[in-house]
Design a protein around this ligand. Structure first.
Ligand SMILES: Nc1ncnc2c1ncn2[C@@H]1O[C@H](COP(=O)(O)OP(=O)(O)O)[C@@H](O)[C@H]1O
Ligand SMILES: [Mg+2]
Length: 336
């Protein structure tokens, strides 16, 4: 089609004259169409993705990304179809944790296709769009939030049982934008470590969820204790020397095996905070050096050791989470 102005000497009044759209108008129309398509896909996403769960924490370094990834893997281990969306635009590290950081995103007809990670988990992350992973991404607020909205609306997730969404630490603009753009979010999982300072921050996340009118599906206490194991004389009492000379008395079993949980920080804080704030407690995840290694090597602990302590702990958390999700759906039905 030609862009040249049309001549209007056909006797029509000026109001009736068809005018050629200017480039600016065309761009506006194109934008409007793109927005409509996105809206349509959002509605589809709400239908095709059974559960949408946001993972939040008050502060960084509590293991939120590790837990978000672990929840996704553990659900996938149970045969569920799972996706994970990494909204940490300035420091996206989920692909690294899953060993797929080099992957390229496929884009077809304006839709982005997620990358498949271990256990078939579908992953979308800003990291896939970055040329240089080490270069810091500096986004101005509106640009960042626009990118997130686009991110949500343009991804072809297909049918999923659950979509886990990981965020940067804190109660910043990102979760707010997602909560406003993504329809029918089931709720929020709050990750904390057992220290008081972390717990204080996790209370902020719980209140933040309340402000957004999103249910708090529960609290997960990460780095909760360190499992020590060994063998000694069967059915005997031994003493295990902990840090700073704290000794622990342990009983061995008939085979001589013993195990003890060393509370590196404290224990039970997450549960206490959950009780105090009247939200469910989903469980504890042990401190596990294998998680640190896994995060660095790109082989998540659940993939490396599917039957180990950490995987077992994740299974409990995931079972509790599924129970909360089922309860929530039931209470939704009651409202109708
Ligand atoms: N349960 C755990 N045991 C040991 N290390 C952990 C555990 N959870 C997380 N980590 C480590 O703590 C660091 C921060 O975790 P990460 O998931 O990136 O935190 P966040 O997303 O909250 O900033 C990583 O090096 C990770 O491997
Ligand atoms: Mg993180």
């Amino acid at each position: 089609m030609s862009d040249s102005p049309v001549s209007h000497h056909d006797g029509k009044t000026p109001e009736q004259e068809p005018e050629a759209a200017s480039d600016e108008q065309k761009a506006q129309m194109e934008q409007a169409y793109a927005q409509m398509r996105r809206k349509l896909r959002m509605t589809q996403l709400a239908e095709n993705v059974k559960h949408k769960v946001m993972v939040l924490s008050g502060k960084g370094g509590v293991g939120k990304s590790t837990v978000a990834t672990g929840l996704a893997l553990s659900l996938a281990q149970q045969g569920k179809k799972v996706g994970i969306m990494d909204i940490d635009i300035t420091g996206p590290n989920i692909p690294k944790m899953l060993g797929i950081s080099g992957a390229d995103l496929q884009v077809e007809e304006g839709q982005i296709f997620p990358v498949e990670g271990p256990f078939g988990v579908k992953v979308i992350s800003m990291a896939f769009l970055l040329e240089d992973e080490d270069a810091p991404v500096i986004w101005r607020g509106p640009v960042k939030l626009g990118a997130i909205q686009q991110f949500i609306g343009d991804v072809a997730w297909g049918e999923l049982d659950a979509l886990i969404i990981d965020f940067p630490p804190g109660t910043s603009d990102e979760p707010l934008t997602v909560a406003q753009s993504l329809p029918e979010i089931d709720g929020v999982v709050v990750v904390t470590t057992p220290q008081d300072v972390a717990l204080l921050d996790s209370r902020k996340s719980i209140n933040f969820a309340k402000t957004l009118k999103l249910p708090c599906l529960g609290v997960v206490e990460n780095m909760s204790g360190f499992n020590l194991r060994g063998t000694a004389e069967p059915s005997s009492k031994i003493t295990v020397q902990g840090p700073q000379g704290v000794s622990m008395n342990v009983q061995t079993d008939e085979e001589g095996d013993w195990s003890v949980v060393l509370d590196l920080f404290k224990s039970g804080g997450g549960k206490a905070a959950a009780e105090e704030l009247k939200v469910p407690f989903l469980g504890k995840l042990p401190f596990d050096p294998g998680i640190v290694r896994g995060g660095d090597d790109g082989v998540h602990r659940i993939v490396a050791d599917p039957d180990g302590d950490s995987s077992d702990a994740f299974k409990i958390v995931v079972d509790n989470l599924l129970e909360q999700l089922a309860n929530k759906k039931q209470s939704d039905l009651k409202i109708i």
